[in-house]
Each structure stands twice: as C-alpha cells, then as structure tokens.
Design a protein around this ligand. Structure first.
Ligand SMILES: Cc1cc2nc3c(=O)[nH]c(=O)nc-3n(C[C@H](O)[C@H](O)[C@H](O)COP(=O)(O)OP(=O)(O)OC[C@H]3O[C@@H](n4cnc5c(N)ncnc54)[C@H](O)[C@@H]3O)c2cc1C
Length: 478
C-alpha cells in the first residue's frame, strides 16, 4: 500500500514527487512512457515567465510568480541550466499602447518586480534586431530561460534519491475507490494507495472524469516551433513576445539556454491527445509572425521543427486540489503555460495539501541537492586534461555538433533513472540535438546504450515502445 501514487512524470508530477520526498511518506510515480519528460514538458518554449500574463487573482498568476521566484535557487540546488535574460512584449502600433499598459498594470497587481515600459530608443539599443515598426515594449528582467528536460529529470532524480519509486512503461487504465483510498489499475498490475495525484497532462480530464460527477474538459492545443542552429543564437538576447491575443501569448523569438534560437509556438486546437505532428501551415505561421517582431531572422539556419500540446482546460485555470466528490483524489489538471515556470510552486502546493491531510513529518535525512552530468567543456583546460587521463571516455567525442563525450553518455545511462533510449540520452546530454540532428552520432550512441545496458542493438529504441531502430530480418521473417 502506497501513501501517494502520482500519475505522470512530467514537471508537475516530478515537482510534486520531489516536494513530497521531504516527508516520511511512501510515494510512487507511475508513467506510461519509458522515461520522465516524455509529454508536454519536453516540447515547449522553455520560458520562465515573469507573471504578467495570467489573470489577476488567479491560481495561475500566484503559482507563476512563486515558481519564477523559486527557479534560481532550484536550478542551483539541482544543477540544471537557467538564465535570467529578461523578456520583452513588443508593441508595433501606437494604438495598441493601452494594451501594453494593461499588461504592465496586471504584472504589478500579480506582484511582478522590476517591470518597466521601454521607449523605441531604449528598445532598439537593447535589441538591435527588433522590428523597425516597434514603438515600445514591456520589459520584464525577471523572466528567463531553462532547459526543460534537465529541470524535469533533475527533480525526478532528486525525488528518487530521497526514496520515491518510479514505474515506467506503466499505463494507468482505471481507478477504483476502496475503503482506505484507491486501487490504481495499470497494464503492469494493480496498486493500492491512500491518495492519488492526477498529474497526467493532456489526459488529466480522463482521470478526473473517471472519479467525479463534476466533469472537466481539456483540449490539446498544439504549438508548432522552428529551432535554429547555434549560429543564429545571438540574433536576440532576450525573449521577444508579441502582444497577447485570443489564443494566448502569441509567437515568440528567443535564444535557448543552450544557445540556439527558437521561434514559435502556434496555438491550434486538435482532438488527438498524441497529435504532436507539425504542419506546413503551422510552420508558415511561425515564420511569418516571428518576422513581424524581429527582423532578418536567418531562416536558412532552421535545423528542426517540433510541436507540443498545451493541456487547455475550458476555464483556462490550473485545477489543483482534492476533488470535491472523490476523497483522496488530488487534481493537478489544466497545467498549460505557465506550467513549466509554476512547476516548483505546483509541487510545493500539492505536497502541502497532502502534508496537512496525512499529518506528514519532515525527514531528517532529506537531500536537497543533486549533481547533473559532468560536461568536460565547463572545466578549465588543466582539469579537463586530468579528467581525460583518469577517464579516457571523456576524451572520446560522440556527438560532434554538440561536443558530447562518451563519458557523458555513459553517465546519462548508468545514473539512477538513467536513459534507456536514444531520446533519453539526447534529453540528458544533448547528443543528437545539434545541426545534424543525430545523423552521425546515432549508431555510436546505440552501441554505447547496448553495451552499458547489456542488451542487443535490436532492442535499442528511439523513444521506447516499438520505436526500434535496427530490425533483425532473420528473426522478423520467422
Ligand atoms: C507549445 C507550448 C509552449 C509552452 N511554453 C511554456 C513556457 O515557455 N513556459 C512555461 O512555463 N510553460 C510552458 N508551457 C506549458 C508547460 O510545458 C506545461 O504546463 C507543463 O510541461 C505540463 O507539465 P505536466 O507535468 O503537467 O504534463 P506532462 O509533461 O504532459 O506530463 C504528464 C505525464 O503524464 C503521463 N501520462 C498520461 N496518461 C497516463 C497514464 N494513463 N498512465 C501513466 N502516465 C500517464 C504522460 O505520459 C506524461 O509524461 C508550454 C506548453 C506548450 C504545449
């Protein structure tokens, strides 16, 4: 019998697991995919929003601002990349200035610090590639960029180190109330728990509606992106937003924390909760709208496109708390943007709810820090040479685009909750994220995966399940 089962190992589930691991409580995270960070948390803009977007007084606004305030310390404690580079909302037409001021006022009401409105000259000086049409911008120095994969993985690893169990490739199929809590049915057996946390992203409505008469509805709202090579990474230094519209924050242009340039996302409502295909129309829209706020974007440097699905709940608000007519079932639903920013605060809030319900006591041996994968490029020349002498695998470059060594890949595979697939290695080390998009390094990474995991090359997948890369014709024809 668990005390808490969390459905979903995205940022909401991982943050909740980490916060809960501060207490004496038996917690398990159940994830249908092969790894953490396989849902929306892996495909988004990676912005730590300042907090001026969400409606005043909303839970979204409160958790956005709190999450933003927590991010710097969290990134230090858990060793994931975060850069506070600031954001700008660009106003292209004088007649839209009231909208910019309204955003400023909302930010102040939400408790966002250091906000100010820049005039044309200040704006141009800070961002020379901003559109010549730009007449003003709302500047938020507290906004920033993170690595969403590493944040998600870091929180999960830290939760694991503090005693939380993780079950992967385990899909929750049904929930049944029992005397002391819930029976969680999965494709890998039935588990009993006192509390369930529903952090299932775009599927959170499915689980909520299984247990409650008060139905909710989540629309997967797709956002398409273009990612540009690192040679374009300095085209802007801050996150450049358009004025928000009916479907949200619009199309942005931003450097990523790893030095690429990111354009997107669109906002297209779809039916399919797994529908992360990009479309020609979507990408055309990204390119056209990005070009309205930032000029001369070097579009020939696009290296890939991708899309993610927002879990848009009809009320456009985070739904967090015990479900009225389902005792012991805690929703963490409708976590659309700014869900990544808010995740640390979401985890804190859900853990607080459970702490009060179960009267939890803090552990004495909670470890608040975690070390990420050592990147030899961050070392001095002397230290790098010493490392390579001791461990020659750190001198063997596997991914030439991102300069990722065999040592880093081995660490990614062998550490707790380590990578099992090519994408798992990619999210942890960036091997395959560069200009050639894994064209050169895939076979080598597969060999390392097979060797370290003691499995055959035929069992190596791109992203778990049936996504095998090499097939055995002899075996398949039997
Ligand atoms: C286009 C786009 C741009 C965004 N940009 C930003 C941004 O810049 N800043 C920001 O703060 N936020 C942003 N967001 C929002 C942010 O990415 C999300 O709010 C956040 O990642 C949601 O995390 P989650 O853990 O709730 O959901 P997910 O990451 O989707 O995790 C849910 C998990 O539940 C698992 N699951 C589902 N069903 C089952 C089942 N039956 N059994 C077991 N497991 C199951 C899934 O596999 C998944 O791993 C953006 C979102 C999108 C789509």
């Amino acid at each position: 019998m668990y005390d808490v089962i969390i459905i979903g190992a995205g940022v909401s589930g991982a943050a909740t697991a980490r916060e809960l691991s501060r207490y004496n409580v038996k917690t398990c995270v159940i994830e249908k995919e092969e790894d953490v960070c396989c849902g929306t948390s892996k495909a988004n803009s990676a912005i730590v929003h300042a907090g001026y977007d969400a409606a005043e007084g909303s839970l979204m606004a409160k958790l956005n601002v709190r999450g933003n305030q927590m991010m710097e310390q969290l990134s230090k404690d858990l060793d994931f990349p975060f850069k506070k580079n600031g954001s700008m909302v660009v106003c292209l037409h004088e007649e839209d200035m009231p909208k910019l001021h309204a955003l400023y006022d909302r930010g102040i009401a939400n408790g966002v610090k250091e906000l100010r409105i820049l005039n044309r000259e200040e704006l141009k000086e800070m961002e020379p590639n901003i559109s010549d049409e730009a007449c003003a911008a709302l500047y938020a120095p507290t906004a920033g960029i993170i690595c969403p994969f590493n944040m998600n993985i870091a929180m999960a690893e830290n939760a694991y180190a503090n005693g939380v169990e993780f079950k992967f490739d385990t899909e929750v199929t049904d929930l049944k109330p029992i005397d002391e809590g819930w029976e969680v049915h999965t494709n890998n057996g039935v588990f009993q728990t006192r509390y369930v946390v529903n952090a299932a992203g775009v599927y959170a409505d499915k689980f909520h509606n299984m247990v409650s008469e008060k139905k909710i509805h989540i629309t997967p709202r797709r956002g398409d992106y273009c990612l540009l090579d690192k040679s374009a990474g300095n085209h802007v230094s801050k996150i450049i937003f358009a004025l928000p519209g009916k479907y949200g924050k619009g199309i942005l242009v931003t450097p990523t924390v790893h030095g690429n340039l990111l354009l997107g996302p669109t906002a297209i409502d779809v039916e399919d909760k797994e529908g992360t295909n990009t479309t020609r129309e979507g990408l055309d829209q990204v390119i056209e709208r990005a070009g309205m706020n930032v000029k001369d974007i070097p579009l020939r440097q696009v290296i890939t496109s991708f899309s993610g699905l927002r879990a848009h709940e009809d009320g456009h608000e985070f739904i967090i708390g015990e479900v009225e007519d389902a005792k012991g079932f805690i929703d963490c639903a409708g976590i659309e943007s700014p869900g990544l920013t808010s995740a640390p605060a979401i985890g804190e809030m859900v853990a607080q709810i459970l702490k009060e319900k179960m009267n939890l006591e803090e552990k004495e041996d909670f470890v608040a820090t975690r070390k990420g994968i050592l990147n030899p490029n961050t070392l001095s020349k002397e230290d790098r040479i010493a490392l390579i002498k001791e461990k020659p695998e750190y001198g063997n470059i596997i991914c030439r685009c991102e300069m990722v060594t065999e040592g880093e890949i081995i660490d990614a595979i062998t550490r707790p909750l380590g990578a099992k697939s090519l994408d798992g290695v990619k999210r942890r080390t960036r091997a395959g994220m560069g200009r050639c998009q894994a064209g050169f390094c895939s076979p080598k990474t597969m060999e390392i995966l097979a060797r370290e995991r003691h499995v055959s090359m035929f069992d190596i997948t791109k992203s778990g399940g049936d996504s095998r890369i090499v097939t055995d014709h002899n075996k398949d024809s039997l």
